[in-house]
Design a protein around this ligand. Structure first.
Ligand SMILES: [Zn+2]
Ligand SMILES: [Zn+2]
Length: 318
């Protein structure tokens, strides 16, 4: 098969002939239809994760399975040991010994992909595979982050979404579909704020224009100044959810944060939540754009992502 391989940290991606996967035991194989390119893939190339190289990247994978037909891959593959609390509670993305497909073992930048177990394949239904691909990571991460806030929200609630890029735009839509709360988006880019309004935000504002407090805040940036904004603007007993990995850090303690406000990080999502998200996407047309790029041009796709010249998301098509 053709595949795109990262041979070493910092190297250019190589498009080459690669041995077909040979499944053993409970493993199975899909023919890849499309694979989204995620910012985490850039981090793999930078060597931020201890990925075993050479490796085929790609964790936003849709494909065709012999028995199941069109499927999406749930990529957070936990250890599945009976005594692992994370795996046994269905939260494989928290498993300390997880080996996520495309990050710690071969993923979907290829014509075929080895799947650890058929149970990781979720039928796509009528969803268009290309536009569905980014739901596996970008969509799922925003879905889980928003889910933490939902129990806090009533008709009177105000929710702040910090960062109106791809994940933030998903977050706005999930909040509007799943709650009656008023959704306010903030970003430094006026283009992104326009996009936030187009996908359903009730109001948009630059960070300096925000006033009042918010019952829930989801920070899709995670920089020093956005974390400080969360600590300042979250209401007493509100919830602040951090998704973005820009590396900011804030002090915690009485006087540093509002009384009884809860602060948490949110990482990727469960397989159950990915199933819920695909149901939601089947019922509501999500507004996001995906540009198809041939698998052979994976290096170009990475360079465009780094240069910031991608309007929505990119998916590689074998
Ligand atoms: Zn585990
Ligand atoms: Zn990702």
């Amino acid at each position: 098969m053709k595949a795109v391989v990262l041979n070493e940290v910092g190297a250019k991606l190589s498009y080459l002939d690669y041995p077909d996967p040979s499944p053993k035991g409970s493993e199975t194989v899909i023919t890849v239809t499309a694979c989204g390119v995620c910012h985490s893939d850039l981090h793999v190339v930078e060597g931020i994760y201890p990925s075993p190289l050479p490796m085929i990247m790609g964790h936003e994978v849709v494909g065709i399975h012999d028995e199941l037909g069109p499927v999406m891959v749930y990529p957070c593959w936990g250890c599945l040991k009976a005594d692992c609390w994370a795996c046994s509670s269905g939260q494989e993305m928290i498993c300390p010994n997880a080996t996520e497909a495309g990050l710690f073992r071969n993923g979907g930048y290829a014509e075929k992909m080895l799947i650890k177990n058929k149970s990781y394949l979720i039928p796509l239904g009528d969803l268009d595979p290309l536009s569905a691909a980014p739901l596996a990571c970008g969509g799922l991460t925003a879905y889980r982050a928003v889910s933490h806030t939902l129990p806090n929200l009533t008709k009177k609630s105000r929710v702040l979404v910090i960062g109106a890029g791809g994940l933030g735009q998903f977050g706005i839509q999930f909040l509007k579909i799943q709650s009656d709360a008023k959704v306010i988006a903030t970003d430094l880019s006026s283009d992104k704020l326009q996009r936030a309004l187009a996908v359903g935000a009730d109001e948009v504002a630059s960070p300096t224009e925000l006033d009042g407090t918010f019952d829930a805040i989801v920070d899709f940036v995670g920089a020093q100044n956005t974390l400080e904004l969360m600590a300042k603007l979250v209401a007493r007993q509100g919830i602040a959810v951090l998704v973005g990995i820009f590396g900011g850090k804030i002090p915690f303690g009485f006087g540093a944060v509002p009384h009884e406000a809860r602060f948490m990080t949110s990482i990727w999502g469960t397989q159950g939540q990915l199933g819920e998200l695909l149901d939601l996407a089947n019922k509501h047309e999500l507004k996001h754009s995906v540009e198809a790029i041939p698998l052979a041009n994976a290096q170009e796709a990475h360079e465009r992502l780094i240069a910031g010249t991608v309007a929505g998301r990119i998916a590689l098509v074998p």
